[in-house]
Design a protein around this ligand. Structure first.
Ligand SMILES: [Fe+2]
Length: 292
């Protein structure tokens, strides 16, 4: 059984990392974001949407980044794939990061293709020692190229591998510790996978080292009765708010953002949902240390 407890991190939290409460930057809201400053603390931009030179997206990114802290979030790194790392993609990501100076760069602990075919999905890995060693050396290579520590996000999943030796959370913790990368913890993804695979989401939270968690994602999903699909097209449900409160109690105040990728509501609706996140986090922190 591989040792998942190698984790030399002892960095104190950087005050500049305390971004507050953010939203995903979506083109439907560009103008309203510019017209209503202060409603949101920061934005997460999807890396792939801003890699092409010129055009409207990059114009808006350049404009809004003057007023808001930004982070970059990608979906194409395919850190767990067997195919070689896409060095052209990494060069484009590095150029974008140099242009917009994000507070950090993240992607997913998954693979998105095989043998040159992009499957356009965030597919889970087998949680084995072989996969662990493979991912760790690729994360180290990516961090060397980018010249910075990256964040990896836990994905939601619908299948598991018979070969897996580790739990998902032990695999995530081992990757972060051995590769010295940070964690983007998606609370909705934990909830979705916990329901689909019948594990305890709070056992997951309990095993994640607080010092590695630099960002939290919240999102809505589609509950199909027998399983949950991670659609990002609904408001956040009460069970996820409850798990988020537990996460804040465990990790402290972590920069939190809401992902909405489909059926995009008016900006004001997302700002209101984000205000609910602020209130939930404040209540969780106020209750920290109080008797359960
Ligand atoms: Fe996410």
């Amino acid at each position: 059984m591989p040792d998942t407890r190698i984790d030399p991190i002892d960095d104190p939290a950087d005050p500049a990392d305390m971004l507050g409460f953010g939203l995903g930057l979506r083109h439907q809201h560009y103008q309203e974001i510019a017209d209503t400053p202060g409603a949101v603390d920061w934005f997460e931009a999807l890396s792939e949407n801003y890699m092409a030179p010129g055009g409207r997206p990059l114009h808006w990114l350049d404009r809004l980044r003057r007023d808001y802290p930004m982070v970059l979030h990608g979906v194409s790194l395919s850190i767990g794939a067997v195919d070689p790392l896409d060095m052209d993609y990494l060069a484009a990501l590095k150029a974008l990061a140099q242009r917009m100076e994000p507070r950090w760069v993240s992607d997913h602990l998954c693979f998105t293709g095989h043998a040159g075919v992009n499957l356009h999905d965030l597919l889970p890995l087998p949680y084995t020692e072989e996969a662990l060693a493979h991912v760790v050396q690729r994360v180290q290579r990516v961090q060397d190229v980018l010249g910075r520590r990256i964040l990896l996000e836990n994905v939601s999943s619908y299948v598991q591998y018979a070969e897996s030796q580790l739990s998902e959370w032990d695999f995530l913790v081992a990757v972060a510790g051995r590769a010295d990368c940070d964690i983007l913890l998606d609370i909705n993804n934990i909830h979705v996978s916990a329901f689909n695979h019948e594990f305890d989401p709070r056992a997951y939270l309990a095993e994640i080292p607080a010092a590695r968690v630099k960002q939290i994602h919240l999102a809505g999903h589609l509950h199909c009765g027998t399983h949950i699909i991670d659609t990002h097209d609904h408001p956040i449900v009460d069970d996820v708010w409850g798990l988020y409160a537990d996460a804040i109690r465990r990790f402290g105040m972590i920069p939190t953002m809401i992902e909405r990728d489909d059926d995009i509501p008016p900006y004001a609706d997302l700002v209101a949902e984000l205000d609910h996140a602020r209130a939930t986090a404040s209540r969780a922190l106020a209750g920290r240390g109080a008797p359960a």
